[in-house]
Design a protein around this ligand. Structure first.
Ligand code: GH3
Ligand code: MG
Length: 195
């Protein structure tokens, strides 16, 4: 507010109470996060992975953008849980998840499929590159460790890698990757099988 000589003589501020609206928005964000996030690893959850693969199928059909998936499982994790305690196992799982996230290109997604199984959805990629990308994370995890009571703890992962086929469904795609993962386990673990 100014007087006739333009001197400031006062000010009016208006406040609107939006706490209801803000609380509601926060609640929705929280619910969205819960429905799509695997809280312990902070990766996408199974529900999110299924939605994402569905979108990738649409993209592949409409725009011809190919994609591949990596089915990843920690090797001998049970033994690990037995040797140390379950909390240490959880820390290792989180460390493995963080490694994927650190290496994720902005348009790829890693999610927890269940237990210690992780699925990576890799967009717009050819088979040789999918193999290289998978082996890069595999090798990174093999060569990293977490420290537990002054001891370095190492884990390895096995991977099944496959590119989407024209007649794939979510189930057939994941089933194929799972079979390839099983082959990596049979081959002695800490390796990637592509098919
Ligand atoms: P393999 O090399 O054949 O995969 O051997 P594995 O011991 O990893 O066998 P498998 O994958 O069948 O075992 C999964 C184990 O992972 C069982 C369970 O003890 C452990 N696990 C699954 N989810 C969690 C978790 O959230 N935290 C911890 N600490 N352990 C988990
Ligand atoms: Mg395992």
């Amino acid at each position: 507010m100014t007087d006739s000589d333009d001197n400031i003589i006062g000010r009016i501020e208006l406040f609107i109470d939006i706490s209801n609206q803000a609380a509601n928005e926060m609640r929705i964000k929280g619910l969205e996060k819960l429905a799509l996030l695997d809280y312990p690893t902070q990766l996408a959850n199974r529900n999110y992975i299924e939605r994402e693969i569905q979108s990738r199928f649409e993209e592949e059909k409409r725009l011809n953008v190919p994609f591949g998936i990596l089915f990843i499982d920690i090797d001998h994790f049970k033994k690990f849980n037995d040797t140390y305690d379950h909390d240490v196992g959880d820390d290792v799982l989180k460390f493995v998840a963080d490694t994927f996230v650190a290496k994720t290109r902005p348009y790829d997604l890693y999610g927890r499929w269940g237990g210690e199984g992780v699925i990576g959805i890799i967009r717009n990629i050819k088979d040789k590159d999918l193999e290289m990308l998978g082996n890069r994370v595999r090798s990174l995890i093999e060569n990293s460790y977490i420290i537990h009571e002054n001891e370095k703890l190492y884990v390895t992962i096995s991977i099944g890698a496959t590119l989407v086929d024209a007649d794939d469904s979510i189930d057939s795609l994941i089933q194929r990757a799972d079979t390839l993962l099983y082959q990596s386990k049979k081959m002695g673990r800490n390796c990637l099988t592509i098919g």
